[in-house]
Design a protein around this ligand. Structure first.
Ligand code: ADP
Ligand code: MG
Length: 368
């Protein structure tokens, strides 16, 4: 039987959100096929394999996977046949994982760092590899690659912390001239709308950029789109498939952190999104192109803005480890496209192994 290790928690602002998704993945993995071990990653980065964790109620996030910090576990990348070894140095207990399912979001989780570590361990894992994860996390790099692939993106300006310190006023003037108000300010590498602001006047711009810099050293400022927010799920390695469209209708000013997680009525999910067939096909084609242009593997949720005024659409961002509760957009889109939650998990594990097997065939040492 395959031992699947679910990684959850993590060293990012999305630690609690991840526990929510992990509760569903842990519940729905088919025990006839998999031995399932949930491994919590604490805010300080330590790993704690859980002994039969239960799903518990969380005051803000609903049902989450319980997280107990017991033992002193060392994670080893030197186990010799493609497994990840985890050893409790206090009790001597050992765990070996065949396939890792990272259900973690944000910095040190979804940005290629964890994926690099898993590559070193030679263990297969679900989702994008190092480059796809890092690109997907960095909104500035992702937009440049999307643009290069001929895909539509919202015009943006990049601000680095060094430039901001030296030329604050000049940068604010430039932004006002280029985009006017409202505009959006966001950290390049973050997620869950942390540090994102809708700026309505020049007086608010500086503090919005300061706020975004709390989360990253690189900040993006974008023209505000009067947008319908349309999302697609993608599944696959080299020949990915795309789902039907879903729409997020935030009940807040925009799809903020509060609308996403704190207010249980913060947004409505509409599946399928009401779109005409031609526009839908056009969007789906662009989504598949975006997935490949951004070096994705396994899965991703691709989020678009559809401009209510002009009818044009833009690729906003790609999420390489999307929310995974049974009511999250990614699994819901597949359910409506004919793939049930449990089957989706099976497919993702197969894709992880397929990608890993292909990599094993690649030479890394030159023999004379
Ligand atoms: N240029 C924009 N025009 C209109 N709304 C935007 C724009 N950029 C961001 N938003 C709003 O902010 C939300 C979060 O921004 P997003 O770029 O998706 O960052 P995150 O990775 O944190 O989800 C979006 O879902 C949308 O509601
Ligand atoms: Mg988003």
């Amino acid at each position: 039987m395959i031992t699947v290790g679910i990684l959850f928690g993590g060293r990012s602002g999305e630690h609690e959100v991840s526990r929510c998704s992990a509760a569903s993945v842990f519940t729905y993995l088919d025990r006839a096929k998999y031995n399932v071990i949930a491994i919590g990653i604490d805010y300080d980065g330590r790993w704690y394999p859980q002994n039969n964790p239960s799903v518990i109620e969380h005051k803000d996030f609903g049902r989450v996977l319980d997280f107990k910090k017991e033992g002193q576990w060392l994670v080893s990348n030197f186990y010799d046949n493609g497994k990840l070894g985890i050893v409790d140095i206090s009790s001597g207990n050992k765990i070996y994982i065949d396939v890792v399912f990272p259900v973690v979001h944000g910095t040190f989780c979804e940005d290629g760092t964890l994926q690099g570590f898993l590559d070193l361990a030679l263990v297969p894992y679900v989702g994008a590899g190092v480059s796809g994860s890092a690109i997907g996390m960095d909104k500035d790099v992702a937009k440049r690659l999307l643009k290069e692939a001929g895909l539509p993106v919202v015009p943006w300006k990049k601000v680095t912390s060094l430039l901001w310190k030296e030329n604050r006023d000049l940068i604010c003037d430039d932004i006002e001239n280029e985009f006017g108000f409202p505009c959006f300010v966001k950290p390049a590498n973050a997620g869950s709308s942390v540090g994102v602001s809708k700026v309505k006047s020049s007086g608010e711009l500086g503090s919005a950029i300061d706020e975004a810099f709390l989360w990253d050293n690189k900040v993006l400022v974008e023209r505000a789109i009067n947008a319908r927010e349309i999302e697609f799920a993608v599944l696959g390695n080299d020949s990915p498939i795309v789902s039907i469209a879903g729409e997020i209708r935030p009940r807040h000013e925009f799809y903020s952190y509060e609308a996403k997680y704190i207010d249980s009525n913060g947004a409505e999910l509409v599946i399928p999104a009401r779109l005409d067939d031609v526009k839908l096909k056009e969007m789906q084609n662009s989504v598949l192109k975006a997935y490949l242009a951004l070096e994705c593997c396994g899965m991703a949720r691709v989020d678009l803005f559809l401009d209510r005024d002009s009818g044009d659409f833009y690729i906003n961002e790609i999420n390489t480890i999307p929310g995974f509760t049974s009511i999250s957009m990614y699994p819901k889109l597949w359910e409506h496209s004919g793939i049930k939650y449990g089957e989706l998990l099976d497919r993702l594990i197969e894709l992880a192994v397929e990608r890993w097997n292909r990599r094993l065939g690649i030479k890394i040492i030159h023999e004379n």
